[in-house]
Design a protein around this ligand. Structure first.
Ligand code: DX5
Ligand code: ZN
Length: 222
């Protein structure tokens, strides 16, 4: 079954507690938190205090996406804030293997991400150290962007590598995921889908999750 991780960045921050409760009630599997530093990406969001707050009001696992420079300096603080999984960008680290292992030593899952302009093959040597591989299907920095179609080929290449090399890493896809693009990325081999705008603009989150499950599990009725 495909897992869903709504990105809280697209939620209504004026009613954050209610938004989290509604996200939990929708049947989503994780909450995706986009951390941006205004340096690695041209936007700023929130930091460990918000992760800590959200961790205090839900049992859903927190998938924390670090779009920051020098992520190795902040791993401990985000793990302590309640992250269940920490994603670092390949483009932001010099020693991916070391950073991924530090995350695992903190007792949480590790993930590595590639931005649209980075070939996915560059992270293949590090997949034994990563629980998830995050393929960005928009340029990191903002919610609400258009899905980049070239990502499909990257997902397929990663799926093939993982399946043929006996790697256990799961593939997460993030950016521009909606009811139309979700089946395409799942067909290419994605395991976990992030959805920001499509989820929070849907009006009925539970209905959205049901629809996503329908469109990403088409074989059920075959
Ligand atoms: C982009 C973020 C995404 C984004 C997803 O930098 O990493 O997680 O919030 O939002 P949508 O689904 O609106 O593209
Ligand atoms: Zn993200």
């Amino acid at each position: 079954m495909i897992k869903l991780a709504p990105s809280i960045l697209a939620a209504d921050f004026g009613h954050l507690h209610e938004e989290i409760q509604k996200t939990v009630a929708s049947g989503a599997d994780y909450i995706h938190l986009d951390i941006m530093d205004g340096h690695f990406v041209p936007n700023l969001t929130f930091g460990p205090e918000l992760v800590k707050y959200i961790n205090g009001v839900t049992d859903l696992p927190l998938d924390v996406h670090l779009m920051i420079s020098n992520p190795e300096e902040y791993l401990e603080v985000y793990a302590a804030a309640g992250a269940d999984l920490l994603t670092v960008h390949f483009e932001a680290v010099e020693e991916p293997e070391k950073v991924l292992n530090t995350i695992r030593e903190l007792g949480i899952l590790s993930a590595i991400s590639v931005s649209p302009n980075t070939p996915v093959e560059v992270i293949f040597p590090y997949l034994d150290d990563a629980d998830w591989l995050l393929i960005m299907s928009v340029h990191p920095g903002f919610a609400g962007q258009k899905f980049i179609r070239d990502s499909i080929a990257k997902i397929s290449a990663a799926r093939q590598h993982i399946d043929t090399q006996g790697v256990t890493c799961q593939i997460e896809v993030d950016g521009g995921i909606d009811l139309k693009t979700a089946p395409q990325v799942v067909a290419a081999g994605a395991d976990i889908l992030v959805a920001g705008s499509a989820f929070y603009k849907s009006g009925d989150y539970g209905e959205f999750v049901c629809r996503m499950r329908e469109v990403t599990n088409p074989k059920k009725d075959a």
